[in-house]
Design a protein. Structure first.
Length: 381
């Protein structure tokens, strides 16, 4: 029996979000990721309330749950936006909107995950996307975990929560399992036409149980031993198509802001950099692939770059290293996964190229970035 991990997204609980001592060196990066997702979730909650539940006093709810009046982030900075999301959902579940967790999960998009979402969309296969997402979860403060067991016909994605998340288990499972499925649908070729074989939940069937089958599009069972998404095993081995242009461009626009001015303008070098960021699978970080993406002959691309004082190798390496730096600084992706994401067949080749470019190994750069971020966040130390 082969065991792997499938795409997963989790949440914090209402009361504690601080890192355990063993996690201290990852704290700054984790909070960046979680805060980004939390703010996106708050925006989705606001939209759901305004569009579907005008009778709910969203302004008062924001005050009660520690959310800024525009729902952009938590107003209690020490608690964080993801915790504010859980407070809002807990309040709504007890009153006007009992199925709010399902509605929020249904509204989830892969773009909510920022740089990690970009990495998922540009991964070669669903399995590769799953591995790096699972690693990010296992190294983070998210309280939801999962693994996938692949058999001949079906893949079972088994979800669990940590002990601290148990008071919110049902709410987390509703939101996160549906969000996971929506994100999977966004990267597989069949899209929303894809459905699980069946879904199991360990909690009893709620009054709105019919909504589960409506949203998942398959049989849903309650009071089971585990919380499980069961899908055809062929799903996780599918290649992720490079045609998710709108989603990739949405995420790569944010990424280009981080990467700087070299990705703006109409010059040939900027066009090559944008092509490498927006279509890494098609370009394959090669002259031939990038020229085809830009609808020109490889010799023409080489000549145009030379006329501007560039070589393709130089521009490609700049883009690769800029992406590598962002992955190391802002995601939990392991170095081996980053290497594969950037077109290196062997992680040793990536480590060597990174060290030649920056003068330090990827692991050393990540440690230094953590130390710099920690010093900035705690100047009194």
């Amino acid at each position: 029996m082969q065991q792997e991990h499938l795409l997963s997204f989790g949440s914090s609980n209402d009361y504690h979000f601080g890192p355990r001592p063993a996690q201290q060196r990852y704290a700054i990066m984790q909070l960046f990721e979680v805060e980004h997702i939390g703010r996106r979730r708050l925006g989705l909650l606001r939209d759901i309330l305004l569009n579907r539940y005008p009778q709910v006093d969203a302004d008062q709810l924001a005050v009660d749950c520690g959310v800024k009046s525009d729902w952009s982030m938590a107003s209690r900075d020490e608690n964080g936006s993801m915790q504010a999301v859980l407070r809002v959902m807990h309040t709504l579940r007890r009153g006007a909107v009992p199925d709010i967790a399902l509605q929020l999960g249904d509204s989830a998009q892969i773009t909510d995950s920022g740089l990690l979402g970009y990495a998922v969309l540009t991964a070669p296969t669903v399995l590769q996307a799953a591995r790096m997402t699972s690693h990010a979860l296992s190294s983070s403060n998210y309280l939801l975990r999962n693994k996938i067991v692949v058999k001949e016909q079906y893949a079972s994605s088994v979800f669990s929560v940590t002990s601290r998340a148990r008071p919110h288990r049902e709410m987390l499972m509703e939101m996160s399992m549906l969000a996971v499925w929506r994100c999977i649908q966004s990267i597989v070729p069949s899209g929303r036409a894809s459905t699980p074989a069946e879904v199991h939940f360990s909690h009893p069937a709620p009054d709105y149980a019919a909504r589960y089958e409506e949203l998942f599009g398959c049989p849903v069972y309650f009071n089971r031993a585990h919380d499980v998404l069961i899908t055809p095993s062929t799903l996780i081995h599918q290649r992720i198509p490079s045609g998710n242009t709108a989603l990739i461009r949405s995420l790569s626009t944010e990424l280009r802001e981080l990467l700087g001015d070299g990705y703006r303008g109409s010059g040939i070098a900027a066009r090559v950099r944008r092509a490498l960021v927006e279509n890494p699978q098609s370009c394959a970080f090669s002259l031939t692939g990038t020229a085809a993406q830009l609808n020109m002959h490889p010799r023409s691309l080489r000549r145009y770059l030379a006329d501007q004082g560039h070589s393709f190798r130089e521009v490609c390496q700049e883009a690769r290293m800029a992406l590598a730096k962002q992955y190391l600084s802002n995601t939990q992706m392991p170095v081996k996964a980053i290497a594969l994401q950037l077109g290196y067949r062997h992680s040793n080749n990536f480590t060597r190229a990174f060290a030649e470019y920056f003068g330090e190994t990827p692991e050393a750069a990540r440690r230094r970035e953590f130390a710099d971020q920690d010093a900035s966040a705690n100047p009194a130390r």
